[in-house]
Structure formats: structure tokens, C-alpha cells
Ligand binder design. Structure first.
Ligand code: KG4
Ligand code: ZN
Length: 357
């Protein structure tokens, strides 16, 4: 029997230092042998957001220990690793550089191939860690820095259907949390507070809801929440704002997902009605339920990564590494960090004042 590849994945694009060991069984089903994540929440808490220099320093302090732990916990020996895959972009350049340099050096020492991975492709392929998934599929990527609908044709082949023209969805959750005085990182806490609130108490704007295809906009919501936050008199007011915000997001995403389905069906002629929802915000259970309902209505199969694999992790980076390894897609050791690496290289830049939809 031929040996199955063993991939070391490394992730350091933002505020999580992570390393994972991935292989597959005889049927090609991925097996996560270890998946270590060290979060920097305590480093950034007092600043209310990620401070790039501190994040990079913390990655530098931890990356070797985290990698050592990933190898030890996996039960494999270092010389059994067949390739090293590191995130090379997008992200904060000072942070990317740490994991990228470390991964390249590690591969060089082992005399094994090095694979540069797009962090967003990691999210895109993250459901493959739990379930079989064939191309093509429709992907909604909702994280702290990105919100996009993409047609995933194949490994490395993406066509963007829509994107945010201002804030990312995770950013909208985080900014709302900050305005409600919730400690960083507040996004996930909105879901918790919303459970105690009235989702219909406040009417909030739904920017570009009836135009712009499946492009998205959330900046107007932030302005409305800022105004509301000045009227808060009780904890209940806070809960009601959180619930109304989350309800508005559900309505926006419901409408835009229908448009994305129409566009995806035109492109693929209804061949593979699979809808993958990935990225940190995909951990939100209320949104997961709404996406499952819309899939039911339109006969799509909804596919979510497991909750633990929605946020940043290195198993998803190793997953891309594994697929690229099998295609023999390797990179040279002078590969540079690419902080703006897009999945669809041909997509137009759609951010800032004066964007025409
Ligand atoms: O994918 P991710 O871990 O990092 C990026 O690549 O950005 O996503 C982090 C984002 C943050 O904005 C965080 O607030 C959001 O995902 N997030 C959530 C939830 N859990 C994480 N947003 C809403 N509800 C949640 N349960
Ligand atoms: Zn991410």
C-alpha cells in the first residue's frame, strides 16, 4: 500500500497562531491528527481590536511551540511529514510573514515541498474536513475581513458573484458589539445577547437590499446602531438592539442568498445545488438556521464546517495543502506574503466611495 501524505499546516494571518497535522484514510477521507490553536484574545483585549505589531510578536513567540505540540499530539514523527503548507495571504503582512517564513524554513530543513495557501481557500475547503464535497459549489464566505459569494469551480478556480462594498459581516458584528460596550472580541456575544432581546423592536436599514445583485453593504447599519446606542437606558435595551441587529442581518442575507442562487444556477445550469457557508460568522446558529431554511425552499444542500472549524485554524490550511500536494502544486522558498490575495483574481475592486453597482 502506498503511504498516505502527511501535511503540516501553519496559520498566522491575523490573531490566531495555529498548526495542524492532516492525513487521509485509504478512501481519501481527510483525518485531522492534531489541530492546535492559540488565540491572542488576551493580548488585544485592552485595545479593543487586533494590534498588528503585538499580534506579530505573539506569533513569533508561539509558532515553534504550537508546531511542536501539533507534531507531538499527532503521534507522527517529524520526518514523516511530506509537505509544509503555510498561509501566505490575505491578512496582516507582519503576521503572515511569521508563519510563512517558519513554514518555508521547516520545509527546507526537512527537504520536503513547501505549499503557499490562500487563507480564504482554507475557509472554502474547510467543510471537506468533515464531509465529502464535490466541485462545483456555491460558497458564502463570511469572516472578520471578507464577505463574498463565490462559485467554486475547482481547486484554485473561483468566480466571485458578489462581495461587500464596505464592512465585512464579522466586522459589522464586532462593531455593533463595541458600540454596545461588549468586550473584544464581541461578535459571538451578539448572538448570546440577542437570545434575550426582541428582534422586532428596532427597524434598522438594509443597505442595497433591492439592487447591486448579491453584493452586500453593512456600513449603514453601523451608523444606525451608533445612534441607537446613545439611547440605551437598560440592559433590556441592549438585548433588543442586539436581537434587532441580528434579525436585520438575517433578512439581508436571506434576500441576497436568493439572488446568489439565481446567479449560480445560471452559471452551472443547476448541476450541483450545494451551498457552503464558511468563515467565523458561519458559527452563528441563528444564521445557520436561516441558511438551512432557504436551502430547503430552493432544494439546495446546506453544508457548514463544524463549529470549531468555522474560525481560523490550521487544519483548513493543511486541507488545501493536501489537495495541492496531490496535484503536485508546490511553491519555491522565495514565495512572498500577499496581504491582498484574492480568490477570484479577475474580480473588480468594489470598495470605497463612488462604487457603482
Ligand atoms: O474566520 P474568522 O475566525 O477570522 C477571519 O478570517 O476574519 O472570523 C472571525 C469573525 C469575527 O468578526 C467574529 O466576530 C465573527 O467571525 N464571529 C461571529 C460569531 N463567531 C465568530 N459572528 C457572529 N456570530 C458568531 N457566533
Ligand atoms: Zn479567517
Amino acid at each position: 500500500m502506498t503511504k498516505k501524505p502527511i501535511i503540516l499546516g501553519i496559520e498566522s494571518s491575523c490573531d490566531e497562531t495555529a498548526a495542524a497535522i492532516l492525513t487521509e484514510d485509504k478512501n481519501g477521507k481527510p483525518i485531522i491528527l492534531s489541530n492546535i490553536i492559540s488565540s491572542q484574545v488576551n493580548v488585544h483585549k485592552e485595545f479593543g481590536g487586533v494590534v498588528p505589531e503585538l499580534a506579530a510578536r505573539s506569533h513569533l513567540e508561539k509558532i515553534d511551540l504550537i508546531t511542536k505540540k501539533a507534531i507531538n499530539d499527532s503521534g507522527i514523527k517529524t520526518n514523516e511529514i511530506d509537505a509544509v503548507a503555510s498561509t501566505a495571504g490575505p491578512g496582516l503582512v507582519v503576521c503572515l510573514s511569521v508563519g510563512l517564513s517558519f513554514g518555508k524554513s521547516f520545509a527546507n530543513c526537512l527537504k520536503k515541498p513547501f505549499i503557499a495557501v490562500n487563507h480564504l481557500e482554507g475557509h472554502a475547503l474547510s467543510p471537506k474536513l468533515n464531509a465529502k464535497l464535490n466541485y462545483p459549489y456555491l460558497l458564502l464566505l463570511i469572516s472578520g475581513g471578507h464577505s463574498q459569494y463565490l462559485c467554486v469551480n475547482d481547486l484554485g478556480s473561483y468566480q466571485r458573484l458578489g462581495t461587500t462594498i464596505d464592512d465585512a459581516l464579522g466586522e459589522a458584528f464586532d462593531k455593533t458589539a463595541k458600540l454596545l460596550n461588549i468586550e473584544f472580541p464581541g461578535g459571538p456575544q451578539i448572538e448570546v445577547l440577542a437570545k434575550k432581546g426582541d428582534p422586532n423592536r428596532y427597524k434598522l436599514p438594509k443597505p442595497i437590499i433591492n439592487r447591486g445583485g448579491c453584493n452586500l453593504s453593512f456600513a449603514g447599519l453601523k451608523t444606525a446602531i451608533l445612534k441607537l446606542s446613545k439611547t440605551i437606558k437598560s440592559e433590556q435595551d441592549k438585548f433588543d438592539i442586539a436581537a434587532s441587529f441580528q434579525e436585520t442581518i438575517k433578512q439581508i442575507m436571506y434576500k441576497k442568498t436568493k439572488v446568489a442562487f439565481d446567479e449560480f444556477e445560471k452559471l452551472t445550469k443547476n448541476k450541483n445545488k450545494k451551498f457552503v457557508i464558511a468563515g467565523g460568522v458561519a458559527a452563528n446558529k441563528e444564521l445557520r438556521m436561516m441558511f438551512s431554511n432557504i436551502c430547503n425552499e430552493r432544494e439546495y444542500e446546506p453544508i457548514f464546517p463544524s463549529i470549531e472549524l468555522c474560525g481560523d485554524n490550521a487544519a483548513m490550511i493543511a486541507m488545501v495543502g493536501l489537495e495541492k500536494y496531490k496535484n503536485k502544486e508546490f511553491n519555491t522558498l522565495d514565495y512572498a506574503a500577499n496581504p491582498r490575495w484574492q480568490l477570484d483574481q479577475n474580480a473588480k475592486f468594489l470598495k470605497g466611495a463612488g462604487v457603482k453597482l
